[in-house]
Design a protein around this ligand. Structure first.
Ligand SMILES: N[C@@H](CCC(=O)N[C@@H](CS)C(=O)NCC(=O)O)C(=O)O
Length: 236
């Protein structure tokens, strides 16, 4: 029986949503504590995560309020590590495929998300570059090429789907609202590009990810839209 779990999270953060998705999928009993990233509590870095980032998780130790973390609980960080930790704690949720080939495929898919999709999306959102749109579309293409004919990233829902869903969700919010480091109008153009028939399999995959109750329980679209507008909105 797993010990007490407190997740330090923030609704805006795609990495934090990964940890939430894993806990929801596992139907874990846990406490969620929102960290205001613009005004972090002074105890957060010294007592929970020295990197001062979300997500972080406190595991075990005595029952204490989330804002008074105990030195006796284990503190863990890094979204993908937390997702695998939750998968290990709750094997009945089958988040980590038991078949070695499927497990390797799930991890390979995550590698493509980490090395292609996330960096290219961050360039569209934060930095801008002449070929940013094309790089993002080619990352989506790379993801799509790994998808089986139907189902999730490796068939059954897994850590691979948890790794990607929060980033696709925020990409749609940002592009649909013209939020990002690009000229106004480019967001809609990129969305239209994603609607092309060549991305039909990706579109179906995204629909399947959104339909998941765990996704609905962990993605506050209105909140993320407003938070993104404030943080990454076009200044012109
Ligand atoms: N590699 C980390 C990245 C986590 C991360 O960058 N979180 C951001 C929010 S999305 C954060 O907490 N940044 C610290 C800050 O904003 O001060 C992970 O996968 O968990």
């Amino acid at each position: 029986m797993p010990e007490t779990i407190t997740l330090y999270t923030a609704k805006i953060c795609p990495y934090a949503q990964r940890a939430e998705l894993a806990l929801e999928e596992a139907k874990a009993d846990y406490t969620k504590y929102q960290i205001d990233l613009q005004n972090k509590p002074e105890w957060y870095a010294p007592k929970v995560n020295p990197a001062s980032k979300v997500p972080a998780l406190a595991y075990g130790g005595p029952a204490v309020p989330a804002d008074q973390p105990s030195p006796e609980s284990v503190k863990l960080a890094e979204s993908l590590i937390l997702v695998e930790f939750v998968a290990d704690l709750y094997p009945h949720a089958h988040l980590l495929p038991s078949d070695p080939v499927q497990k390797a495929r799930a991890r390979f898919f995550i590698d493509v998300v980490s090395t292609k999709l996330v960096p290219s999306w961050n360039t569209v959102l934060r930095a801008g570059a002449p070929d940013a749109d094309q790089a993002f579309l080619s990352a989506v293409d790379a993801v799509q090429s790994l998808l089986p004919a139907q189902g999730y990233a490796v068939g059954e829902y897994s850590i691979a789907d948890i790794a990607i869903a929060p980033f696709i969700a925020r990409a749609y919010v940002a592009l649909g609202n013209e939020i990002g480091a690009y000229e106004p109008g480019q967001g809609k153009k990129l969305l239209e590009a994603l609607q092309q028939p060549r991305f039909a399999r990706f579109q179906k995959y995204w629909a399947d990810l959104q339909a998941r109750p765990s996704f609905q329980a962990t993605f506050d679209k209105e909140y993320v839209t407003e938070a993104f507008r404030k943080r990454f909105g076009n200044k012109q």
